[in-house]
Design a protein around this ligand. Structure first.
Ligand code: SF4
Length: 278
């Protein structure tokens, strides 16, 4: 169970200051999030009664429709992806757009915009919140203390037993918010097409959303992290599993055991998917 956030701090316990209009609900109505068409099947354990409409932002579609579905290709993200080229070339193109992007005010305080890193063909993608100080300076996501913990999660043999270069690591927002505050819904919304485009190119088998901002920024879900953490659900044909942000785990080490349980589920699901199972 996640610790209740302090007033004025990030809901996932990262300790980051919250923007004046910080993420406390689903992205605004103009966010390119599709509504649930009712035909989808969610893998997560859900109550039989449908949730109130404002809580139904998580989009679920059957995996079988993934290839032919155009739900993912919102006009904004689709236009970012070159029609030809390898995955690496397409990602490089998107990265160059990100590096010169000035679509929100976060560009004014950045040293550099920080795009995703890792395997362009990764089966597993980690999505975090936004660059911090170290990330802003080095131009790479998750290179500070939280990044070191993420590396342990990825690389330790009893954990995922992978290499950092094997997975994809990215954020919902590409420029460092001032004083490491939580990105506002507007900033997440404006930056979101880059994330959608990156996911669309990589097509990971599993997306691990790190913390509340990542879950909300990615899927629009307003479910509390404490309720959906460690549970796989389908979003636009992609398997998503939310877990704690590593920065939260640094501040709340007693929660690491739950995070390891989530990681174990990822490891087992990856093995199953790679062997042709579900
Ligand atoms: S945060 Fe995203 S939308 Fe805003 S300037 Fe940076 S890259 Fe552009």
């Amino acid at each position: 169970m996640a610790t209740a956030p302090r007033s004025g701090t990030s809901a996932d316990g990262t300790g980051r200051p919250v923007a004046h209009n910080a993420v406390s609900a689903a992205p605004p109505a103009h966010v390119p999030v599709q509504s649930d068409n009712g035909s989808a099947r969610c893998l997560a354990e859900k109550p039989t009664a449908p949730p109130p409409r404002e809580e139904a932002a998580v989009v679920v579609v059957p995996v079988a429709t993934r290839q032919e579905s155009d739900l993912f290709a919102t006009p904004a993200s689709e236009s970012l992806i070159p029609k030809t080229g390898s995955k690496a070339e397409k990602l490089k193109h998107i990265e160059l757009l990100v590096k010169k992007c000035e679509q929100c005010s976060l560009c004014r305080g950045r040293t550099q915009a920080v795009f995703g890193v890792g395997n362009p063909d990764a089966d597993l993608m980690f999505v975090g919140e936004a660059p911090g100080r170290e990330e802003d300076l080095q131009g790479e996501p998750f290179v500070g203390r939280a990044g070191q913990l993420l590396n342990k999660i990825i690389e330790e043999e009893r954990s995922l037993g992978m290499k950092r270069a094997d997975v994809r690591i990215t954020n919902v927002v590409r420029c460092r918010p001032p004083e490491n505050r939580q990105p506002s819904p507007e900033e997440v919304t404006v930056c979101r097409p880059y994330l959608l485009a990156e996911i669309e190119v990589v097509k990971p088998k599993i997306i691990c959303a790190l913390g509340t901002t990542a879950v909300r920024g990615l899927t629009g879900s307003t479910d509390p992290l404490s309720r959906i953490r460690g549970t796989f659900f389908l979003w636009k044909g992609f398997l998503v599993i939310p877990t704690f942000h590593p920065a939260y785990l640094l501040r709340n080490p007693e929660e690491k055991r739950k995070a390891w349980e989530d990681v174990k589920k990822i490891r087992e699901k990856l093995a199953s998917l790679r062997s042709g199972g579900g």
